[in-house]
Every structure is written in C-alpha cells, then in structure tokens.
Design a protein around this ligand. Sequence first.
Ligand code: ATP
Length: 215
Amino acid sequence: MAISAVNAIGVLGGTFDPIHNGHLRLAWEAHTRLGLRETRLIPCHVPPHRATPTSSAHHRLAMTTLACAGVPGFTVDDWEIRRDAPSYSVETLTHLRQQLGEDTRIIFLMGMDAFCQFTTWHQWQRILELAHLWIAHRPGANEPAPGSEEARQLQRRRVDHTGLLEAPAGSICVYDSTALDISATHLRAQMALGISPRFLLPDSVRGYIEQHELY
Ligand code: ATP
C-alpha cells in the first residue's frame, strides 16, 4: 500500500498566540513524512496549563485559518474554541476517535518542550491509548531526563516514523525535525517593542496582526 493511502491524521493543538513557522513546520514535516491524509490544527480555548492567552479565541482562530489557507491537507478545527469548558487534550482526542473510528491512526504532534511535561497532563495514559505521539525537536528542550516517567515511556514505546502507521495509537516517534528557534512568547515580546515578525510567521498572519493591532 502506498504511504499516501494510509488512513492517518495529524493533530496539532496549541494556543497559537500567534501561530508561527515553528508550529507550521512541525505540522508540515509530520504531514509530508507520514503521508497523512489530513492534519488538523486545533486552537485551544482555555489552556489548562498556562496563563490566559493575550489574544481572544476569535483572533487566534482567524490567524490559524489564515496560516492554513492554501496548505494542502491542513485544516482548522474550532471544536475546542466552541466548547464552554477547559480543553484537555484527552477530551479532544476522545472526540476525534469517536469521529474517525477505531482504525484511523491519530498522530498527536508536539514539540519536545511539551513532551517533557507530558506525564503531568490530565489522563496522559489515556492519551496514549487514543493516539501516537510525534515529537519534534525544539531549541532549548532536551530529551526527557533519565529516570523520568517521560523517559520510561519513550524507552518503552519508541518507534521510527513508519512504526506509527502500524497501529492506531500507542507509540512515540521523536523525529529528527528542523529545529526552529521561534516561540510565540518571544514574538509577542518583540512585537511589543515594535520589532516586525516578518519571516517568522506567514505574511497573511502578520497582516492580520497589524490590521487588528493585536500585540
Ligand atoms: P508560547 O511561547 O506562548 O508558550 P509556543 O510558541 O510554545 O507558545 P504553543 O501554541 O504553546 O506555542 O505550542 C503548541 C505546540 O507547538 C506545542 O506542542 C509546542 O511544543 C509546539 N511548538 C511551538 N513552537 C515550536 C517550535 N518552534 N518548534 C517545535 N515545536 C514547537
């Protein structure tokens, strides 16, 4: 079977405040390397693990939609934003699993910084029953410390990227991705000083930020 025929989708959740090329490159590398039929970007409404975002859900959704426009296979899912409750990843993945059926490979995408906290997440074991993890390198984030639960999970479940397509869920791939040292926090701080984010996020997103004077 050709890899592009595989019944697999990627899922990238985030605050996207604003969405930037670090997010997009992470999603694109997984999308193309695995031949995913779709990659969904899901802006969160109320982040459970972090301070309130500085732009409204409406603006974050609009920026994510602009960033994905014209990217083959990328879609934006407003499910978390429409919910009137904290959006735990396990709930989103449960919803996706119900929507997509038991056979679809669900690949949950994240940076190494996020993975290093993974076993503090709500019902993290259940997440691994619902999805695989694809972990991208991120400057400043090393692999989990030896002896940590994350290191144990990695040792137990690690596969190369093709291994993710062999079952619907339960494996972890650390992909040798292009490390881009871009963070939304840093971009917001730069924009607050009047420094342009050009070339670090899509021009369409930059135009939207300027038009709405977001940061
Ligand atoms: P902030 O700086 O506000 O924390 P962020 O840039 O980390 O924001 P999030 O929306 O919190 O962006 O990140 C969503 C997901 O994207 C996380 O899994 C995070 O690890 C990943 N990610 C964000 N930026 C990068 C990057 N430059 N390289 C790899 N992964 C990234």
